[in-house]
Design a protein around this ligand. Structure first.
Ligand SMILES: Cc1cc2nc3c(=O)[nH]c(=O)nc-3n(C[C@H](O)[C@H](O)[C@H](O)COP(=O)(O)OP(=O)(O)OC[C@H]3O[C@@H](n4cnc5c(N)ncnc54)[C@H](O)[C@@H]3O)c2cc1C
Length: 258
């Protein structure tokens, strides 16, 4: 699917200021942008490639979650606590390197995140068994992982998110401890996009795939390796933003500390 990204001709002018700038047009960035827009923020999403997608569009597209409508239809009684417990079964010799708190975030947030994806048009087949999970929890996106991007892009555009592809974020501009702009490299030269409320940087490395992937040029603070479902995290971060920037307009917030 080709994304209908804005051309430079219709790009926002350099003087435009957004409440929130999201860097990265994969599943995580699109989720963050949609949620920030739902809070009434003026949102700009920047993607370095010619089209949205990132590794979300390459993925297998399985989502492991408890308490889904799909489980309910099959009469499967499940809980985030059981999901969290079963995940430890994957650790083996690496158990000491696991982060149980982060695992808890994933397990607790998945039921809501799964419903959020359904609300935005994403459809799943399943749940399928996924040992050592004690219950069938693996939901496979239909028809393939590109569907995450197709549906979330549609939702973002419908909501009024401004999307600019071909814009690689190269620097975060911080003044007095506040993030005020993001510098980008584009085919037409350098551009600066201004932010009032902060920014999400969503390019990530997953623990599972890091050995096979080139390290992305992550702007801002490096968050280290983590394997929490990034869509979950994006929604949580957007909710946190709601608490910190309400109303959106005119608020200049400190960049998130992690
Ligand atoms: C082969 C494969 C199979 C996978 N299978 C599964 C699976 O079945 N289930 C599962 O849960 N996970 C799976 N994953 C992991 C999952 O795909 C990722 O964790 C998830 O898609 C990451 O989403 P994201 O939005 O953070 O990153 P991405 O989808 O990679 O999006 C990041 C975006 O940021 C853009 N970007 C990067 N740097 C900049 C910059 N400087 N300026 C502007 N834009 C920038 C990138 O071009 C990209 O579009 C798989 C991954 C791979 C590679």
């Amino acid at each position: 699917m080709g994304s209908r990204c804005l051309t430079m001709k219709t790009d926002p002018p350099d003087t435009a200021t957004f409440d929130v700038i999201v860097v990265g047009g994969g599943g995580s960035g699109l989720a963050a942008a949609i949620e920030a827009r739902a809070l009434g923020c003026a949102v700009l999403l920047l993607e370095k490639n010619a089209q949205l997608g990132g590794s979300t569009a390459w993925s297998i597209g399985s989502v492991t979650a408890s308490c889904t409508p799909h489980q309910a239809r099959q009469g499967i009684a499940d809980s985030p606590a059981a999901h969290w417990r079963d995940m430890a079964g994957f650790n083996g010799d690496l158990d000491s390197r696991d982060n149980p708190d982060l695992r808890r975030v994933l397990a607790d947030e998945m039921p809501d995140t799964f419903r959020w994806l359904l609300q935005h048009g994403v459809r799943f087949y399943g749940p399928m068994p996924e040992p050592p999970h004690s219950k069938p929890r693996m939901h496979n996106v239909l028809p393939n992982s590109r569907a995450f991007i197709t549906h979330l892009e549609k939702a973002a555009r419908r909501a009024g998110v401004t999307i600019v592809c071909g814009a690689r974020a190269s620097a975060l501009v911080v003044e007095d401890g506040c993030l005020v702009a993001i510098d980008c490299a584009t085919a037409d030269g350098a551009r600066r996009f201004r932010a009032r409320g902060g920014a999400f940087t969503t390019p990530t490395r997953s623990r599972r795939h890091r050995s096979r992937r080139r390290r992305p040029a992550t702007p801002g603070r490096d968050r280290g390796d983590w394997n929490v479902d990034v869509r979950t995290t994006a929604v949580r971060r957007a909710r946190r933003l709601r608490r910190r920037t309400s109303p959106c307009s005119g608020v200049r917030d400190r960049p998130e500390q992690r």
